[in-house]
Write a protein of this length. Structure first.
Length: 185
């Protein structure tokens, strides 16, 4: 039976101030809460972040903390939602890249969906890992040393931590289940 108890665990959700695909934030967030965990929204700026439904503005969400003042020691795992603009912005922010990389360095589980792998490419943590993503970034992942597969969800333990990846919102059910299990340890 898979372990899905996140009681006492805090999971960082790293998002740009705007451009996060809302459903890739809200569904995993709810999955973490339903498993008894505490999700916290981390961004590069305080205030509220603007989520999107593809290219249309959606809801705003209150940021809990920023990459300037937080680090991996406050969290038991990291989840990176996608959207095109979200990880494209994060990969240009050294503190955000450093924040994501620190979870790999500390051996903590990380889950990424859709385009979120771009941030990991910039952090240089996908070399030797097997993962999936939105198809348009597969070449970027391969060029960064990852083995790319076209699967609903991929759990890779060939590295310092567990890395969970999925392709798109249509894979959210499998992604959420695998992420919660990885975070539960």
């Amino acid at each position: 039976m898979p372990n899905s108890d996140l009681q006492g665990k805090t999971i960082a959700f790293l998002c740009a101030p705007e451009g996060t695909e809302q459903i890739e934030l809200t569904e995993p967030w709810e999955a973490v809460e339903q498993a008894g965990g505490t999700p916290r929204l981390v961004s590069t700026q305080s205030g509220r972040l603007q989520a999107f439904n593809h290219l249309d503005k959606a809801d705003t969400f209150q940021v809990d903390t920023t990459v300037e003042v937080s680090d991996h020691t406050e969290f038991d795992g990291l989840l990176l939602p996608g959207g095109v603009a979200n990880p494209d912005y994060l990969r240009t922010q050294p503190k955000a890249v450093e924040f994501a990389k620190s979870f790999f360095d500390a051996g903590k589980p990380v889950a990424v969906i859709c385009h979120a792998g771009w941030t990991l490419v910039e952090a240089d943590v996908v070399r030797g890992r097997t993962m999936t993503s939105y198809p348009s970034i597969r070449t970027d992942l391969r060029n960064a040393g990852a083995t790319w597969v076209d699967e609903e969800v991929r759990i890779c333990e060939d590295g310092p931590n567990t890395l969970v990846s999925s392709r798109s919102p249509k894979d959210l059910k499998a992604f959420c289940a695998a992420a919660v299990e990885a975070f539960a340890g």
